[in-house]
Design a protein around this ligand. Sequence first.
Ligand code: 26V
Length: 808
Amino acid sequence: MNVTAAAATPTDPLADRILDALIHRIGKDRDAARPHDWLAATILTIRDEIIDRWMESTKAAHAAGAKRVYYLSLEFLIGRLLRDALSNLGHNDAVRDALATLGVDLAEIEEIEPDAALGNGGLGRLAACFMESLASLELPAYGYGIRYVNGMFRQRIDDGWQMELPETWLAHGNPWEFERRESAYFVGFGGEVVAHDNGQVHWSPVEAVEAVAVDTPVVGWRGKRVNTLRLWTAKAFDPIKLDKFNEGDFQGALSGQMRAETLTRVLYPNDSTPAGQELRLRQEYFFSSASIQDIVRRHVQYFGDIATLPDKAAIQLNDTHPAVSVAELMRLLTDHHDMAFDAAWDLTRRTFGYTNHTLLPEALESWPLPLFERLLPRHMQIVYAINAKLLREARANADVDDRAIAAISLIEEGGERRVRMANLAFAGSHSVNGVAALHTALMKQTVFADLHRMYPDRINNKTNGITPRRWLQQCNPALTALIREAIGDGFCDDAEKLPALAAHADDAAFRERFAAVKRSNKVALAAYIKDSMGLRLDPDALFDVQIKRIHEYKRQLLNIVETVALYDQIRSHPERDWTPRVKLFAGKAASSYHNAKLIIKLANDVARRINADPSVGDLLKIAFIPNYNVSLAEKIIPAADLSEQISTAGMEASGTGNMKFALNGALTIGTLDGANIEIKDRVGDDHIFIFGMTADEVAAKRADGYRPRDVIDASPELAQALAAIASGVFSPDDPKRYEGLVAGLYDHDWFMVAADFDAFAGAQRAVDARWQDRAVWTRSTIHNVANVGWFSSDRTIRDYAREIWGVM
Ligand code: 26V
């Protein structure tokens, strides 16, 4: 960007303000300013208006004595904030024009804003969408989490292998955040508990850190309300030990500070292997304690009486990561507010709600009892007391046998004893919800079956949603403009007005324009891929996209194996009328997840070989796009024709990428899993490609003794593709590289890649056929956009607000 070449002296008052911010708040003049300085100056300028609305929002909630929603989450995957803020305030055009008078391109500075990547995947992004919807619906709410110095790692692909690099989103400072030194809390660990004769209990921790609040404003649609995302940072009480310093022990002098800061240094990549680490439990307790103390302090300050907490505060636990909050609130109520145990328990249960996000047994958090007890001795006592009460209640029920008691208990017995965080969250909440209809049904049948029998009214469903502001209006302005032209702009305030679009699906001229928007988004994505990877793509090919965390249950491997089979077919039958396809992959693998990293390498190896093969030419191209994050998703999704949602049925709790693609006019190829089922119900069977086993069929097959070898032997296409991969066709430098991966499919194939292969390949050929008639295809894409407004996170939040939080 050539900033100095800017000609005219600005006359635009907004431009004057940006320039003033640049000079007086960044300390640079126009000639010296670098793109980052312009970004900061722009943010600081529009931030002023946000702050005014923020204060108004806080005052209004206070004056109304409103009940507040508290969303506790170890992850918030918010991505960039500038475009979001400008768009929600309606200042996009004004700021673009103002910057232009200064010779600065808004799009260019938006592009250098770092992503706040404080999350792993779906769970973290859901928290971010919820925060935006809460503000848009004008509900007073706080998000509570951790201000990680290093968020999700940056992924580099070196010779096809994933490399993890530290992510440094705070390197240039963060103009969106405000440190609140006055909102700081003592968080203790370890030590001992003394019970006094008068019944009072005193916990003396051996170690303590200070939790300091750092606030980020969350701007709702049309700027109606601004809520707070409060992230905690850990500081040592005594940042430097002067005695040590004076003795010349500089490291020792700073060790307390280092130890404290370690607590909020990095995000755990917690979605591949259960984090057994002590640091993770410390993080969970640290942010839970600070948040609960803050909530209780605010309540007492505003309302005086702690007994009214459930009337004025609804606390939602985003998975079990903040579940220790249940014990923390109990501790504050009993030890600090002198409340009797039973009264405290009643109040606690009326305050908390818990959302479950996965059924995978290995993903359910539990902590070794000795670790829990050493770190949190008082909480251990409270957990025992809750458990005694819970099991007494269970025993009172005639048909609860020993097996059921063992399943309900907060303590897992047999082998190493562990504290079960999901049971604690369940017991401590009045509401326990799943995130899609199938997932909720499976919760009742599997992990929570016994707790569900005991509390049959507690489990409920809240199907996930996505914010249409970020996932349509901001990421796809061209489509937004076209929809506005067709049906007016009511859908911008209420995504459930989108069905009016369906009336235009049979209008050929409209379809042409719809297809043209998609094509221009594909041209833009192709340009990005050309620039970043040097690969040229044909924007007229079908863009077939699978972007998400790399996990075996999400079955990127199924997609890659089918790609290899297709490659074989194209080479064997060059005379057929093949549909030109671009297969796009992106996603990160947890650094310790061997198979996931090998799957990334396989995608890259397959891409290298096929992309270089002149016999397929533009009929098949493959790209693994590095460093998947929110901002990359915003580029890819508007350009997708086909959305791959192919998890083993019963394993993907909901998915939310599936909703984003459909809203941007991609057709889904997917299994009957998670929210795919509800998407199918809404868009209609004719406008989606469903294949494969159902969750019940998967369970039955596993129970019957599944024999993948027989399935592979019966499918020549699959057998050939696997043979090619295993024999090193795609890895001549290391022919045995994929032997183990393929052997795993023959041997157990837990995720049923083989069992679903033929059905998947068949569905892909149906996709090809549909693509041949572009009018029919585009008609289907319009029906998708028109019918997925229900998956707006505004609808989801309304459901939570009415049915769980009691705030609407
Ligand atoms: C965690 C673990 C930990 C150990 C081993 C395997 C494993 C697999 C997955 C996870 C993720 C758990 C939490 C999570 O991110 N769930 C996602 O939540 C989204 C929002 O509700 C939902 O759309 C996704 O389907 C769900 O996977």
